[in-house]
Design a protein around this ligand. Sequence first.
Ligand code: ATP
Ligand code: MG
Length: 443
Amino acid sequence: MKFPGASEFRKTLKHDTAALLDSVLDAAESRGLAIYAVGGPVRDLLLGKAIHDVDLLLETGDAVALATLAAPPDARVTRHDRFGTVRLQLGSAAVDLSVARRETYAQMGALPRVEPGSLEEDLARRDFTVNALALPLSSQAQREHSGIVDLADGIADLAGGHLRILHPRSFHDDPTRVLRAARLVPRLGLSLTRGSRTALRDALRDGVFGRVSGDRLRRELVKAFDDAQHGLDPSRVLRLLSNWHVLGALEPGLDLPRAAVVPLRRLGRAIASPPWRSSRWRSWVSGLSIWLAPASPALRRRTLQRFSVRGEVAQAISRFPKASGGWLAALPRARGRGAVDALLDPLSEEELYALYSIAESKLRGRIARFAIEDRMRRAPISGEDLLEIGLEGPVVGRALKRVRIAYLDGALQNRDEAITLAREIARRRVTSKGKAVAKAKRC
Ligand code: ATP
Ligand code: MG
């Protein structure tokens, strides 16, 4: 069987990514360096799937120096970690470059000791056989290896639909690989092999998650929601983790409640093709809000602590079950677009998407109409206009709110009508205050 080579790899990339890769390869050629595509992109090439990230491996040399030499004008070179991993970025195109290394695990779950190593050692430290693959790109690499380097039979595993760890202690060395497995199984349509499941059971029996920091766990969870951009259903990731008894090992009592499945799936679809655009939306916050909503407040609090979710995000997730109940009850009663706007305007983007995902179809339509159309619309007057006509104090905010509602309901169209309404509200307020004072005097 003929496997794809460097030119097929290049052809699958988007034009600007291919151009960036060419600059790196030119620089590598000029230095006679061996450079490979490694891991995810080789796997995805073999599967005929779109390549999202281009991960490159330099067998020896200095990745920062190579990226700097390769960088076209305006490109950015960002150093990622202390091991010399670097990202070269130009517009929306990016490639990641690292140097081959060897890892040794001194202690279960702790970060490994890292030293420079050979290509083979770099492949041997990887998570799964299907990721322990390298495709020679530069002439030097092609001289060293005539085709895809596959030391652990990853190509056969891909063909057979198997996700397999490289050695039985792999999950002990790095338990976050379990969370990667739960993402890769549905994403790639593979299943975890029997041997890997035994290794997982052994790792759980040995309490490996006890030593994994909340930050590392949360970062992996965030990826389950990020990957929804490419069609992954986050509820499938959590379902697998539940079936594998991982959720309960992370936090006793933690599970995937039935009520959360459909909303999480809907959230996944919204991440893949957002019904409305939002520049800053942390989809994982919506995800955790939905997932943890059916749990008891105590379990929710412990889980957030376990994933090191703190501060304002933790508060928002904790508030969501009660708050969303209120919003869902108020939405059907909100008469008109102005009332819906007044109800939903205070919600964060994360809350809005979470609410959208748990709401039934009719209410989703209202939420989407608010998010797509109404919240972008500007009322014909501002606070300054009201100050100019002599209004001041709390009545300004109240009048603006009423004007906005009337405007979205179509009850007023322009600035003059808006000012008339604002004056009316101010006058009514003065009269009702006067009445209140008079009433108080009579008592
Ligand atoms: P994606 O398409 O999501 O980028 P990927 O497999 O490339 O998939 P990355 O997170 O980019 O995933 O990781 C790059 C490579 O690094 C993986 O292919 C894998 O070989 C290796 N890797 C990542 N995390 C681990 C880990 N915890 N243990 C061992 N190897 C890992
Ligand atoms: Mg990658």
